[in-house]
Design a protein around this ligand. Sequence first.
Ligand SMILES: NC(=O)c1ccc[n+]([C@@H]2O[C@H](COP(=O)([O-])OP(=O)(O)OC[C@H]3O[C@@H](n4cnc5c(N)ncnc54)[C@H](OP(=O)(O)O)[C@@H]3O)[C@@H](O)[C@H]2O)c1
Length: 250
Amino acid sequence: MKHLESRIAVVTGGTRGIGRAISLALADSGAKVYALYARSRKNAEALEEEASSKGLEIMTIRGDLSHEKSYKQSLALLHDSCDRVDVLVHSAASGVHRKAMELSERHLKWTFDINFFAVHKLTLDLIGKMGRGGRIIGITSPGGTRVIPKYAAVASTKGAMEALFRHYASELAPDGIAVNLVCPGLVMTEAAKALPELHEMLDKTLEYTPSDKLTTPEDVAELVRFLTTEAAAQIIGQNLVIDGGKGLFA
Ligand SMILES: NC(=O)c1ccc[n+]([C@@H]2O[C@H](COP(=O)([O-])OP(=O)(O)OC[C@H]3O[C@@H](n4cnc5c(N)ncnc54)[C@H](OP(=O)(O)O)[C@@H]3O)[C@@H](O)[C@H]2O)c1
């Protein structure tokens, strides 16, 4: 029997990039997966088709989680469809790419609305459906603790998310719910391709990654899958870096 059989997983940003690989990995472990996304129906349909061709259960839900009306519609659909939630993965993120000195309050607010406030709202709104053995996993970034050029807005949201998750972890562990973060190095998704200094980052990443390979969405998904197993139940409040060793270098 697969370890997530008869379990329900919700993955935000679950139709593209890292989130897509996570949706597939959790469904492959037996979970019924609800993959949330903002706009791209094409990616959602392609994922549903791939899942059904593999005999996996992935349902997609469209809605901008940073927009109140659309958030409420997504939540209502989740409430109608799920009598429980066993795994909640926060992978959706977006953001303005600018230097800190070029960030207006509006830029920061927009980035925080999706990367931070929507994460907290969804956690609060679904926690009542999660019982012992539950897992909450956030996807953070090396930018949460270090400088990535023109990444000040997203970096701030990731740092805030990391602090929030430490508190989630300590408050929810007594209820048998394990909360952790996964921190991938550079992964070549559509989001990464939009980074203003991608070529320099890619060169540096390749030069300073001792494993000599870039981290893939599937590498990240395998770590998330492991965190959902019983073997990982005692891992609480950690930020697990998956970057081929790149973060070892000053
Ligand atoms: N790629 C990297 O190098 C890297 C490194 C470290 C950490 N991360 C983190 O890993 C996570 C996934 O990144 P990725 O590179 O896979 O991103 P991605 O390819 O850009 O995918 C982002 C996903 O989030 C959804 N999304 C964006 N804004 C949303 C909103 N307002 N409401 C609902 N859904 C929204 C997107 O939906 P649509 O497809 O409809 O737009 C998409 O499914 C992020 O948290 C990111 O910060 C990425």
